[in-house]
Write a protein that binds this ligand. Structure first.
Ligand code: TYM
Length: 330
């Protein structure tokens, strides 16, 4: 039996080059060897206030971007999280096996409660439990994510372990798959903080649907330093970030990327980085423009995706129900 992969992105802001390099690019590779399930995790996104009309539109756009990036709907399952109610159901049960102390230690919760001080809701606090439910419902072996999700993944493992210790072998304890290069792509405007899809300054990130001129302009404006030497070295955050982006996209290490540009100026280097990004993203943009017009096709994908996902999720959930002592449905 092939092993299983599960991953997802929250439909907030737009899919950035950080999401692409840290997650989606690896999803495409893993499809060859694993049974893959990719979700647009809309339930996670409402932990922060969303405009309903915008959210609905963005969910469709995200799904089209998954496919445009190369997720194969013939093989991989794609669906909207809210279409498979077992996520919320398992999440409730897992809440009862997760400690307040564990959730209080999550750095993303601390960051987000600072950013959204006016709306520190219970969903924001229990968010990692829903993420654990996403993963554990499908007996997932591998979860490809960027490094910022590592702590959440460790919590998922702890919850799975804890549950298994009480009830026997119910959940597969998942492993994280974090790429060796590009696990934390940094903001182009502030290379000491991560590239974020909800950055209010669009110059900080590259959207995977940005056109070539926009990409060139954003990379040109990317913050570097004034010493003019292209090397991968502590303290050179801006250059390190561009080298990592280049390395991740060409499949080499940032150190080797630096060698390729040895003796060149920052202008040439930035042109080289733009070029590889433009080359990679152009077919994605073209495919996206086709897909977004094809509503029937997309509908079919997410409808079938939810059905296939549900049939796996139902089995896991009914096993969990039995284990915790709920009466069988008749
Ligand atoms: P989200 O929506 O913030 O990000 C989606 C994916 O992109 C990765 N990522 C990055 N990788 C490299 N550099 C960056 N600057 C960068 N920014 C984001 C994230 O690590 C993630 O892999 N909680 C998750 C969504 C989620 C999920 C799941 C993921 C919900 N359930 C189950 C895996 C499995 C999140 O908010 O990711």
């Amino acid at each position: 039996m092939r092993k299983r992969v599960f991953s997802g992105i929250q439909p907030t802001g737009c899919i950035t080059l950080g999401n692409y390099i840290g997650a989606v690019k690896n999803w495409i590779e893993l499809q060859k060897e694993y049974d893959c399930i990719f979700s647009v995790v809309d339930m996670h996104s409402i932990t922060v206030r969303q405009d309903p009309k915008e959210l609905r539109k963005r969910c469709m756009q995200f799904l089209c971007q998954y496919i445009a990036c190369g997720i194969d709907p013939e093989n991989s399952i794609m669906f909207f999280q809210s279409h498979v109610p077992q996520h919320a159901e398992l999440s409730w049960i897992l809440n009862c096996y997760t400690y307040m102390g564990e959730l209080s230690r999550m750095t993303q919760f601390k960051d987000k409660s600072q950013k959204h001080a006016e709306n520190i809701n219970a969903g924001l606090f229990t968010y990692p439990v829903l993420m654990a439910a996403d993963i554990l419902l499908y007996k997932t072996d591998l979860v490809p994510v960027g490094v910022d999700q590592k702590q959440h993944l460790e919590l998922s493992r702890d919850i799975a372990d804890r549950f298994n210790k009480v009830y026997g072998d119910v959940f597969t304890v998942p492993e994280a798959y974090i790429p060796p290069v590009g696990a934390r792509v940094m903001s182009l405007q502030d290379p000491t903080s991560k590239m974020s899809k909800s950055d209010p300054n669009p110059n900080g990130y590259i959207w995977i649907l940005d056109d070539p001129d926009t990409i060139t302009r954003k990379i040109k404006r990317a913050v570097t330093d004034s010493d003019g030497v292209i090397e991968y070295k502590e303290g050179k955050d801006g250059i390190n970030n561009l080298l990592s982006i280049y390395g991740a996209m060409t499949g080499i290490t940032p150190e080797d990327a630096a060698k390729e540009f040895e003796g060149k100026g920052y202008g040439d280097f930035k042109a080289g980085v733009s070029e590889i990004i433009i080359e990679t993203l152009k077919p994605i943009r073209d495919k996206y423009n086709e897909l977004i017009e094809n509503k029937d096709y997309i509908e079919k994908i997410y409808k079938e995706g939810a059905e296939r996902a549900s049939s796996i999720a139902r089995r896991t959930l009914s096993k969990v129900h039995r284990k915790v002592g709920f009466v069988d449905r008749v």
